[in-house]
Ligand binder design. Structure first.
Ligand code: SAM
Length: 288
């Protein structure tokens, strides 16, 4: 396994990616754990003609897609690319723990940079919850089209928004609190992450791909069935609190603090109605 420090990330810092290590790694790991079954199902669904040997995971984070793809395609090598050195470090540690280090190459790169490092000629490129982070996603899609082998596939997996953990009528006394937090956060994201929630089908076609298929799958996992949902909810809402606390009313902030206080009787971890609700859409695009 090699680590190629290709870009010093000045561009990432200029474009606001410097916050990426800020608790995101833990959340990505929890997301991967809770959604493992769903991610595996997406890899099974992909319209693959011949099992790929070379795969790229763009914006790989801590490796949710990388490890699902290594499991799905036992003969494949994955090149995992990200702008966060911390995420790549974590991914390498996990690869060692899983005994697959020799099948993974990590590349530190800012994919908003107009010139990409040499990523080889993959038969499959995977980008999950990554393309919407690009400042120039159309340019990135064209760059993928240039490197994927003819007949190869590009799988873009995206989410409409962040997962929800509480029912609409929660918490008692401040119903709708989670939605109000997200409304504040979405306002910020609309400006800074404008491509979240985009329809990637026409973008992929414009980049030269033939769109083969796409599908949206709803995710609804009860906390009572999966203990990681509680940890995920806590980490996500703590991070959300950091970005919205200043804009919340005093009453909402108090209620949110109680939910996040694991010693409080109102702690999110004590709720019987906790669940993770989200959805994932995947577009499968082929280079002819
Ligand atoms: C929401 S995370 C998704 C991570 C992973 N694909 C997954 O499904 O768990 C988005 C990832 O994209 C990376 N990223 C964002 N902008 C990037 C850029 N310009 N170049 C490379 N990676 C970037 C982030 O560092 C982060 O790891």
């Amino acid at each position: 396994m090699t680590h190629t420090p290709t870009h010093p990330l000045q561009h990432a810092a200029q474009h606001g990616h410097q916050h990426l290590g800020d608790g995101q790694g833990e959340i990505l790991d929890l997301d991967a754990e809770v959604l493992a079954e769903y991610i595996a199902a997406i890899t099974e669904w992909l319209p693959i003609q011949t099992a790929p040997r070379q795969i790229i995971d763009l914006g790989c984070g801590t490796g949710a897609g990388t490890f699902a793809l290594l499991d799905r395609f036992p003969e494949a090598q994955v090149t995992a690319v990200d702008a966060s050195a911390a995420h790549l470090q974590r991914l390498r540690e996990k690869a060692c723990e899983r005994g697959v280090a020799e099948r993974v190459r990590t590349v530190l790169a800012d994919l908003d940079d107009p010139s990409w490092p040499d990523l080889g000629t993959p038969e499959l490129v995977w980008a999950s919850a990554a393309m919407h982070h690009m400042a120039h996603p159309d340019r990135a899609l064209r760059a993928v089209h240039e490197i994927v082998t003819p007949g190869g596939l590009f799988a873009v997996v995206e989410l409409v928004g962040f997962p929800r953990f509480l029912p609409e009528n929660a918490p008692e006394g401040r119903p709708g609190l989670e939605e109000r937090c997200h409304a504040i956060s979405d306002h910020h994201h609309a400006e800074h992450v404008p491509h979240r929630g985009a329809d990637w089908g026409p973008k992929l076609t414009a980049a030269g791909f033939t769109l083969e298929d796409h599908r949206t799958r709803a995710v609804d996992i009860e906390g009572s069935r999966n203990p990681t949902v509680g940890a995920y909810a806590l980490a996500s809402l703590r991070r959300l609190r950091n970005s919205v606390a200043d804009a919340l009313t005093a009453e909402d902030l108090t209620a949110l603090n109680q939910l996040l206080d694991t010693d409080s009787p109102h702690s999110i971890l004590r709720r019987k109605d906790l669940a993770m609700r989200t959805e994932r859409t995947v577009w499968a695009a082929r280079r002819r």
